[in-house]
Design a protein. Structure first.
Length: 75
């Protein structure tokens, strides 16, 4: 998913609103960076990863951010 010019990236810190611990967010920032990748952002915004309580299957290329989506769902 290509980002358009001027499009704002969602920051890892925004996940604090979903009750993730500061320690966990620090670990994620150090391992995956400060911005969510598009697949991670879509899982949260479009598919309700953190709010719906429903199952979600994520299919994306290697290095697209699937593992972090799974970690968010499991936390």
């Amino acid at each position: 998913m290509k980002r358009s010019a001027g499009e704002v990236f969602v920051k890892i810190d925004a996940l604090e609103a979903h009750n993730f611990s500061t320690k966990l967010l620090t670990v994620w920032r150090e391992s995956i960076g400060t911005d969510l990748l598009p697949v991670q952002e879509r899982a949260i915004k479009e598919f309700g990863l953190l709010s719906s309580g429903k199952n979600l299957v994520v299919v994306a290329p290697t290095s697209a951010g699937k593992t972090a989506v799974a970690e968010m769902a499991a936390s």
